[in-house]
Design a protein around this ligand. Structure first.
Ligand code: MTE
Ligand code: MO
Length: 322
């Protein structure tokens, strides 16, 4: 199913799969054998094993081994297959953790934390935590007579007041000690970056898959425009993405994000993304399962610390490669 973008033949890849699988099988066999000799069953080994993020370590090890297998074989050299427009099936809606169905999209901003010299950008905020995501659910519609003057919309305007981003003005007031400096990008900022479309298969770990036409910005293009600061003398190793209320999150290694098919999407089928699909911006990452493709992204933090994902904490694989 996976096309190699480099020059190895399918036979050569097969051979490499066999070699790596063979090495792994021998290793698992040795571990199993040692357990048998010790007079305890594998179940017991699992049962006694200390849980690492809710998953007994031997199972976690298997996940990690899968990761090295995937990496060793394909790394970032392969592309997920792409499809024709006529093959698009659309995407069902699945998972609403952290999604505010009443989000006023014009109040949305993407917080970037860990950039190189964030002060150089006009979107700099001394504390990005102060960004306010507004929701229609919180919004009290004014009565006709009390309609306030908002941004030139005088009384009698038939429309609700336009949402105004609540960017705190930097008045020179010293930021508090736990302030998180960064920049906040608006959708318009993302739309200024190169636009990429791709039609790829979306796979949920529950066992369904659909063909989706995504549009947005390659993560690598975002990074070129807004490069991260080095950490400990090198580029950061991980990125954590979160919804505005922190209810859903996912973290990624940098190579997975730099893959040319990793998109920060704001359109589906050529039209703006629906809220339930993660508007204004969600991730599309066709080489990983759906649960890594976080919807309604509000913040993106560069770090050398790998934060546990929403689903990883519940026992799922962190890497989640197909
Ligand atoms: N914020 C958020 N993102 C999320 C989820 C969620 O519950 N909340 N579910 C994940 C899972 S398990 C899947 S399969 C996909 C579903 O995306 P869709 O609703 O656009 O099909 O979103 C992923 N991203
Ligand atoms: Mo999923």
């Amino acid at each position: 199913m996976i096309e190699s973008s480099q020059s190895r033949t399918p036979e050569e890849l097969d051979e490499e799969v066999r070699r790596i699988l063979h090495a792994r099988t021998r290793r698992s066999f040795l571990i199993g054998g040692a357990a048998a000799l010790a007079g305890v069953g594998l179940y017991e080994v699992l049962y006694r094993a200390k849980a690492v993020n809710e998953l007994q370590w031997p199972l976690r090890e298997a996940h990690e081994a899968n990761r090295s297998l995937t990496n060793a074989l394909f790394g970032q050299r392969v592309l997920a297959p792409t499809y024709k427009a006529s093959e698009v099936t659309g995407l069902r809606i699945n998972g609403d953790f952290g999604i505010d169905t009443g989000l006023i999209e014009s109040s949305w901003g993407l917080q970037l934390v860990g950039l190189d010299r964030p002060q150089q950008y006009r979107q700099f905020m001394p504390d990005v935590d102060l960004w306010e995501y507004r929701s229609k659910d919180d919004y009290q519609a004014p009565t006709e007579s009390q309609e306030p003057d908002v941004k030139g919309k005088g009384p009698g305007s038939s429309k609700a007041p336009a949402a105004i981003p609540h960017m705190q003005e930097s008045t020179g007031v010293t930021a508090s000690a736990d302030a998180v400096p960064g920049i906040v990008l608006r959708l318009e900022d993302l739309k200024k970056l190169p636009y990429t479309e791709q039609i790829t298969q979306f796979k949920c770990v529950e066992g369904w898959s659909q063909i989706v036409r995504w549009g947005g910005v390659r993560f690598s293009d975002l990074l070129r425009a807004y490069p991260p600061a080095n950490i400990d003398g090198g580029p950061p190793k991980f990125v954590t993405m979160e919804t505005s209320n922190g209810e859903y999150n996912a973290s990624f290694d940098m190579p997975s994000l730099m893959h040319p098919q990793t998109l920060l999407c704001y359109s589906m089928d050529g039209v703006p993304l629906q809220i339930a699909h993660g508007a204004p911006v969600r991730l599309a990452m066709p080489l990983k399962y759906g649960y890594k493709q976080i919807k309604s992204i509000a913040s993106l933090t560069f770090s050398n610390v790998r934060t546990p994902d929403y689903w990883e904490k519940l026992g799922y694989d962190w890497y989640a490669g197909l």
